[in-house]
Design a protein around this ligand. Structure first.
Ligand SMILES: [Fe+2]
Length: 260
């Protein structure tokens, strides 16, 4: 099966870029399923009703989460209401919504799991033991893929290697910069440290250049961070997964740079 993943959608600018580009990408790659990391698709950050609805309408079968999943007031209710909108499964306490979504694909279930890292991130439960437990609760029909929303590449690599052969795909999100390390690990798990982002091309992680640079130079007199402007980049990952063997056959990076 062909799975198409889009990296972190950054603000309205990124959301509109996804809406612009996804129809042609769907025609070109004909994916069976589209996963989009949408935790920052609302204006500013977080995810709200409008951005979630627009991402689903654009073609997302499942929206994965991260540290900003509950930034917006309405997000709790939204996650309860929309089963295909995920927050990280390893969030502490008893948060709204779920960290996994199952799609019945006929002969198998596509099981999408959203997890968050612990290094340089807000506090959450251990993602390794959380996934271990979730896999124990899974079944033979499961074709499992993991969005590991994490800052540290080491933690992402550890996740890929530790679960090699037990899930079909581990891809990272959160850093907004696409990495060039897509590979199939020895026991058949597809791995990529970070898918990248869908957002402003000439920006700092999707945000306006001027305030971001200023705040590094003069941190005592901070400027308000603004959203970046179009044109945009669209970063994605196309994975061909073997639903019988529950492994990854091939990976292809997508990196579209819009022009002025
Ligand atoms: Fe994030």
């Amino acid at each position: 099966m062909k799975l198409f993943v889009l990296g972190d959608v950054v603000s309205r600018v990124g959301l509109e870029a996804v809406e612009r580009c996804l129809p042609a990408l769907k025609r070109k790659y004909r994916p069976d399923c589209i996963i989009i990391n949408g935790e920052n698709s609302a204006i500013g950050n977080g995810i709200d009703r409008l951005s979630a609805e627009r991402l689903f309408h654009a073609g997302a079968d499942c929206i994965t989460g991260g540290n900003h999943s509950f930034q917006r007031k309405e997000a709790g209710e939204l996650h309860e209401e929309m089963p295909a909108l995920l927050r990280p499964a390893n969030w502490s306490g008893d948060p709204f919504g779920k960290g996994e979504y199952r799609m019945d694909m006929g002969a198998y279930d596509l099981r999408v799991i959203s997890l968050q890292g612990t290094l340089y991130m807000n506090k959450c439960e251990n993602p390794f033991t959380t996934l271990e437990k979730m896999l124990e609760e899974g079944g033979p029909r499961d074709l499992t893929i993991v969005d590991f929303h994490a800052e540290a590449t080491a933690e992402k690599q550890a996740m890929g290697w530790h679960f090699d052969g037990r899930v079909a795909l581990v891809f990272g999100t959160h850093t907004h910069v696409q990495t060039n390390d897509a590979r199939i690990l020895p026991k058949g798990t597809g791995y990529l440290s970070d898918v990248g982002m869908c957002g402003s091309r000439d920006s700092i992680l999707g945000k306006g250049l001027e305030p971001c640079i200023h705040n590094f130079i003069d941190p005592e007199n901070r400027m308000k961070i603004t959203d970046g402007e179009p044109p945009c980049i669209i970063n994605g990952l196309l994975a061909d997964l073997d639903e019988k063997a529950k492994k990854c056959r091939s990976l292809e990076l997508i990196n579209i740079q819009e022009t002025d």
